[in-house]
Design a protein. Sequence first.
Lengths: 166, 418
Amino acid sequence: MVIMGRVWKFGDNINTDLIIAGKYKLSITNIDDLSKHAMEALIPRFAEKVSRGDIIVAGKNFGCGSSREQAPLVLKHIGIGAVIAESFARIFYRNAINIGLPALECKEVHKISDGDTLEIDLASGTIKNTIKNEVYKVKPIPPALLEILTEGGLVSYVKKHGKLPW
Amino acid sequence: MGKTIVEKIFSLSSGKDVYAGDIVVAKVDAAMAHDGTVLLAIEAFEDMGGKSVRDPSKIILVIDHVAPSSNEIFAKVHDAMRGFSHKYGAKIYDVGSGICHQLMVESGLVRPGSLIVGADSHTCTYGALGAFSTGIGSTEMAAVFMSGKLWFKVPETIRVEINGSAPPMVFPKDIILKVISIVGADGATYKAIEYCGETVKNMNIDGRLTLCNMAVEMGAKTGIIEPDEKTREYLISIGIRDYTSLKSDEDAEYSKRIRVNISDLEPMVACPHSVDNVKPLKDVEGKEVNQVFLGSCTNGRIEDLRVAAKILKGKKIKDDVRMIVIPASRSIYLQALREGLIETFIEAGCTICNPGCGPCAGAHQGILGPGEVCLSTSNRNFKGRMGSADAEIYLASPATAAVSALEGKITDPRRLFE
């Protein structure tokens, strides 16, 4: 599975209210309507600006705060192909895998700039920066989780295999 | 090798001898979801072909985030919850019952030694009774509905030892804000925090719930406190006598040990826009506030209401300031009513709302406008959380909340003694 796209760079501690604010989550259940507000407090009309396959690159503790699965869901829905961060809040990480949004931990995110283009190879766990011609290492996704991810998330996994992975 | 209480709970729930770092599939003793997260779980349950739930007695649904519904969409969500509950036999707490975490605790659904998951990040609260409880997502909650099990990585534990007796007007909220300022917003990610020390030993269950509730603000998977005599007394008061009392071994391994002495601690405030942006109150004293919120799963319990009511008794809150008071559950509401606290709040000019999450989650009952400042006893001050992204949220104790409402600005509650 190879993901290619433009980088949108964010800082540390991007919390779930910044990804999708509670006021929207608690008044909109339609995912198309909800997704329009993704990351809007940081980048106005972010959802419109993103192209399919674009990649979010962030610092520490991405997705901290609420357990809302709508956070990775809106990012996936607007076309984000993967989130790369120095570290993730644990519930966001679980949710991302479960809904089929690749979440990759990488200690070299500081080398990546907004607007760079990345190629991510999930199987080998490498990120290639095609603008800067650099290669970064990612922390490997545990095999059991990679299987859920490559099936497109937990629901798709169960539909395909007829049972839960555990 | 000795085990932490967390390793013991996972050994029990997985039926294996496990330590931090092991990945286990564990049996879940209770699974909770609320109106903010349950719809995705119900949809995933149906998408995965769910025909029945593993054990309906272990599934608890709570209508608390938008309760009563503030829009048609959430009226439909609530209806779907009632439908799911009737179809599969899951327990439901309807509008007005209170906040999920308080209901789980006071209804006896949390027992020491048990493993509980909730589709809410503040599920970590139940560690106050010696349970391992943690927040999960909606899709995996659907899997728990189906199987009664979930995979976990047994977390390492950070031991936070708190000693000393709190000076006047310093409360568990000030203590946990101090701890958060030391650990940081991601200092405990993937880890459990075990609180111990004489301060914790002497703290009642309401205060312990406040400590454990905010563990996730340091990234922790849970906050936990060994059950002791105070736990036993509380459990007896709600009719529970039968439970497994687990404690950490003397030679258990901790990833880190932190010691905090609170004998000289001052009232603390978490400033916008992150919970670890903690300052001594004196650094922000005088900041004008438009709204004060007393409530939430952090500080909406009877002790919190008592502290605030004592300060507000016979006084009026400042003109142009609104103070919203929300008891965390119906039983707390009734208790406060019987003690005359509600009368005190109303006479002081406060607005009382029905038990639930109120404005904390940004749905209703006190949404902030642009430029407004709110002092809140809740647990998160993220940009935009309670309404406008141009509003500011400060987090503090119920005492600080009450005195700040009287003055119309952030005020040190110790000034009451001047």
